[in-house]
Design a protein around this ligand. Sequence first.
Ligand code: OXT
Ligand code: ADP
Ligand code: MG
Length: 580
Amino acid sequence: MPEAAVKEKRETTAPDAQQELTDGFHLIIDAFKLNGIETIYGVPGIPITDFGRMAQAAGIRVISFRHEQNAGYAASIAGFLTKQPGICLTVSAPGFLNGLTALAHATTNCFPMILVSGSSEREVVDLQQGDYEEMDQLAIAKPLCKAAFRVLHAQDIGIGLARAIRAAVSGRPGGVYLDLPAKLFGQVMNADAGKKSLVKVIDPAPSQIPAPEAIKRALDVLKNAKRPLIILGKGAAYAQADDAIGSLVEKSGVPFLPMSMAKGILPDTHPQCAGAARSTVLKDSDVVMLIGARLNWLLSHGKGKTWGEAPKKFIQIDIEPKEMDSNVEIAAPVVGDIGSCVSALLLGMGGNWPAPPADWIKAVSSKREENVAKMAPRLMNNNAPMDYHGALGVLRTIVKERPDAIFVNEGANTLDLARGIVDMYQPRKRLDVGTWGVMGIGMGYAVGAAIETGKPVLAVEGDSAFGFSGMEVETICRYKLPVCIVIFNNDGIYRGTDLNSASSDPATTVFVKGSRYDKMIEAFGGVGVNATTPDELKRAVNAAMDSGKPTLINAVIDPAAGSESGRIGNLNPQSALRKK
Ligand code: OXT
Ligand code: ADP
Ligand code: MG
């Protein structure tokens, strides 16, 4: 802005001595409250410590973590669960960088989140004169999020937050960075003018109605299918269009395959659920309708051996037009928000939609029954040390009995086997590593989910996975959250049996043998239990879920039970070399 314009802007908003005043601190808080932001996840320090205190005094819940990455993961999952941007607040440079992984994760997973970081003085940063925690944070954040904004003047706080909210939740949701330089917080202005400068964002994620011809094209393709399949992704869970999606699936009679975090939109026990016939339906289907799921690595990019020889036609429902044809040709793109698209499809189907051919339905259900029957006896063993199936067998029953509990899950074997074994019954109850397969979401997600939903949380964690965010057990105890953490302790990453034959150093994938993670939570007043059999595990989890007390159960798993990288060992480069 030219200097004269800056001067004029200052003069019009500068307070005179008689007027009631406000400042940057309070304007940010007021802007949050005006937009229904009730919770902030973060870690305090210069320049945001007082801001946290003032926000708390003003009735905003400020959840203070031990590391910003975990606060960021909590904010990201808050965004997924509520469709409102989760807020993560950090200090400058190192705190900002710690939060950045979570911001990138939110963007990658299409979760709305705003990372708000304090920053150093622009004048000093831009001349690189070595300010306290100096860093050009805006420039660094930009490639990792949907949008990045900096607010320099108190009177722009309202617009700055409005832009951040809209960017996070409209269209394809994602992460947004909001840079607040230290000087902004103390800037003073006339209280009335300040109030008027705030913006309540109206309809932040407007419906995006699909084109009628796109709906017609999609229905034509679906109607002509001999072996149709619907794949539900976490975008479908995010959309909160559960009833419409349920009606579409049931009216069409088409088998559906839920991606990991889409489990429970319809129960995994639904007769049309093809989760237990995954390979068969991917390989043999001829028409596939994707609802809020991308054809990325988790779906083998829509081609290759997983998808078989038979030609396929894809119908894709997504809010992001650029997603179409990203990996293979999409025969019927339907661009719009899932709620609107699914409702339009239902309307277009009318009252009399033909059921898919009976031989296809039979083929899918017999494969499913075969796999379920194969798995059943393995889930009933009471071995000590436990194997994954024995331990997950009891957790599966507990989730069935407590379907509204939130199930957080990370690890390799711990993740992959739990995904298949533990049926989900309600939408948005299974929260896991997502698009990147990232370790470290566990305790942040557990805190975020407990705070946002008020429901009990069962977090099933590999011992390695837990280590990425383990210090947050103190946070869980401090806020007395109803979180039960079960650590599948197999002494290492994938397995605890590797040996290093070259030196006395331990192998790279193993941890201290026989560790007692349950002792960690006892240090903070929580309940610790060591469980060596499925029976003990069952008792301990049920007690934790009944009491709501923060609990950590060290579940002793046979160190030899797992496999390298769980179900994705084929992605290891040496595995490709071995094949050559
Ligand atoms: O149809 P078929 O016959 O094929 O059978 C399928 C289903 O039909 C059937 N099924 C069932 N049968 C019976 N009953 C039921 N109910 C049922 N349901 C399904 O079962 C099979 C398999 O079904 P599934 O699972 O659906 O299908 P599949 O083929 O596996 O699906 C493919 C995928 C790709 C969709 C699926 O595998 C998937 O979603 N995978 C996600 C994998 C993932 O994200 N993994 C995490 C990353 S691994 C690795 O990167 C790790 N690291 C490195 C690291 C990471 N990640 N992050 C950071 C920040 N730093 C480093 C580390 C450090 S993992 C890891 C730690 C690991 O150690 P831990 O101690 O934590 O964990 P442990 O391994 O336990 O020790
Ligand atoms: P999964 O990992 O479960 O397969 P992905 O994260 O790959 O799911 O895909 C989610 C998709 O959902 C993204 O392409 C995103 O654009 C889309 N999406 C998210 N929210 C909506 C919505 N409300 N309406 C339509 N599409 C959405
Ligand atoms: Mg392990």
